[in-house]
Design a binder for this molecule. Structure first.
Ligand code: DGJ
Length: 481
């Protein structure tokens, strides 16, 4: 198949009408030469969107298949049918109930399309229920059958898996996300048949997605960090309900700034290939969240790999992947405050530097790491401001021992823009030590300071007591993809 259209990973994708594609936490099914992409759409009372494409690049909007106005019909077990009225107070994601991670399977016995999803009340994430809807056609109006706690358990991030023999499974995070539970569905896929496995108890996993290749099951998941990306993991097993391997790293320390949505098996030139689809959630603005499509590879039968690619076309499975380099920019993430070093957009001689919530569009959170001479020190040049991160020890405004961090022209008097990066653990965390003062960057909270935007300063390096929480002197330097 000749593919001309390219999808640039992490950017807003448009449908064939030129509107932003809203299909977050999604799922795909293939039918009659089309890929159908279902996902979350939280605009105007919509709940689940559906798009279709014959080439995975040009997407036609087929309309919202589940909305606040969808028909409601009870099913044969007890569920709560409410979706809440459109004028209900909400937590800022849209009107009515929050529906996340919709997944659709076709039941061969009944011919019905059955949607499983995560349901919350629109005010908080405490109800932790699953919900079910059905339709006679893949992209028609789904009938809503209500929400419930499977066998009484909490049920948050979820996925489904249909095995070769037609049996289907619902997998969701329970016990406040501590455990992942696997349930076998009834023959009609409408109800839970049995809780068949508890995966990685106490390991707090989210965003599960399952696939099977050459008889081996693979499951990918993320850790639990809200809307922030984290190191993805995968595991494998010979049987879904048998013994699973331990969790192994998948992608880089932020899964290339994404969280798993699903894995799509594809037929490409007579071979089955597998596509990883992840959400790039924007923690500062849910509606600006985007997607990444990345080919999966399998160096060995039980090894799974995902590599970054700037853009995606179906040709990626047949051609060598071009343009796989990241942008050359980085974000500097504080491990103590879960915030990203940013320069304040104020004009003036001394621009303040503080920690801000991740925003993918914010140039002021992006830094270019330059080598200083040839002695191992680096400089951080802010992409928005063009100036360099520096420590100044001349300010008297700060508590004794602390030093101010600011942005300066390279080589400015009285401060130093050169920094040494010292590995602090095996997980890529580093201490960033200023060359001139010997002090290290820190986001330690000081009295009266806003937790939302902790200031960044330099202080003496101290050994951290993990009982006090996360180390404010540790950072990660993350490539911007
Ligand atoms: C991460 C989950 O994977 C998302 O689906 C969503 O529930 C957010 N957490 C909410 O914080």
């Amino acid at each position: 198949m000749e593919n001309i259209a390219r999808l640039y990973n992490g950017q807003a994708w448009k449908d064939t009408d030129g509107h932003t594609i809203r299909a977050h936490g999604g799922w795909m099914l293939q039918q009659d030469g089309y890929y159908y992409w279902f996902g979350e759409d939280r605009t105007d009372g919509k709940k689940v969107s559906c798009y279709r494409s014959s080439d995975l690049s040009c997407w036609e909007n087929r309309g919202a298949v589940l909305t606040l106005k969808s028909k409601v019909r009870p099913t044969y077990y007890r569920t709560s049918l409410e979706m809440y009225s459109p004028d209900q107070e909400d937590i800022g994601y849209g009107q009515g109930a929050v529906i996340e991670r919709p997944k659709v399977l076709r039941n061969e016995r009944t011919g019905k399309y059955v949607m499983w999803m995560h349901w919350e009340n629109g005010r908080d994430y405490h109800d932790a229920r699953c919900a079910v809807a059905t339709c006679d056609t893949i992209d028609g109006d789904y009938v809503y059958h209500g929400s419930f706690n499977p066998i009484g358990y909490m049920s948050r991030d979820c996925t489904v898996f249909q095995d070769d023999d037609g049996s289907a499974y619902f997998i969701s995070a329970a016990r406040d996300n501590a455990d992942l539970l696997v349930y076998r569905l009834s023959d009609d896929y409408l109800s839970i048949d049995e809780h068949v496995k508890t995966l990685w108890p106490g390991q707090y996993r989210e965003a599960p997605a399952v696939m099977k290749r050459n008889g081996v099951y693979f499951l990918i998941t993320s850790a639990c960090t809200g809307w922030l990306p984290n190191q993805g993991t995968y595991a494998y097993a010979d049987s879904l309900t048998g013994k699973w391997s331990q969790l192994l790293p998948f992608g880089d320390s932020t899964t290339y700034d994404s969280q798993p949505a699903f894995i799509m098996p594809l037929q490409v030139q007579g071979k089955t290939e597998y596509l990883y689809v992840g959400d790039r959630w924007d923690p500062s603005s849910y509606h600006d969240s985007t997607y990444v499509f990345l080919p999966l590879s399998f160096p060995m039968d039980k090894e799974m790999k995902v590599d970054w690619a700037d853009h995606f076309t179906l040709n990626h499975f047949t051609d060598s992947i071009e343009n796989t380099l990241h942008s050359g920019m980085h974000r500097i993430k504080s491990c103590g405050a879960e915030r990203y070093l940013a320069v304040q957009q104020t004009a003036g001689e001394e621009a303040a530097v503080n920690g801000k919530m991740l925003s993918y569009l914010a140039e002021e959170q992006k830094w270019i790491v330059e080598q200083a001479e040839d002695d191992g020190y680096v400089l951080f040049k802010n992409v928005f401001d063009g100036r360099y991160l520096a420590a100044s020890l001349s300010s008297d405004e700060l508590p004794e021992g602390d030093g101010k961090v600011l942005l300066v022209q390279k080589g400015a008097h009285g401060c130093c823009c050169e920094w040494a990066l010292k590995d602090a653990d095996d997980e890529g965390k580093i201490l960033i030590r200023n060359r001139m003062s010997g002090k290290v960057l820190s986001t330690r909270n000081r009295t009266g300071e806003s937790l939302a935007h902790p200031s960044v300063h330099v202080e003496e390096a101290v050994e951290h007591d993990p009982r006090k929480g996360r180390d404010p002197q540790l950072f990660e330097i993350l490539a911007v993809y």
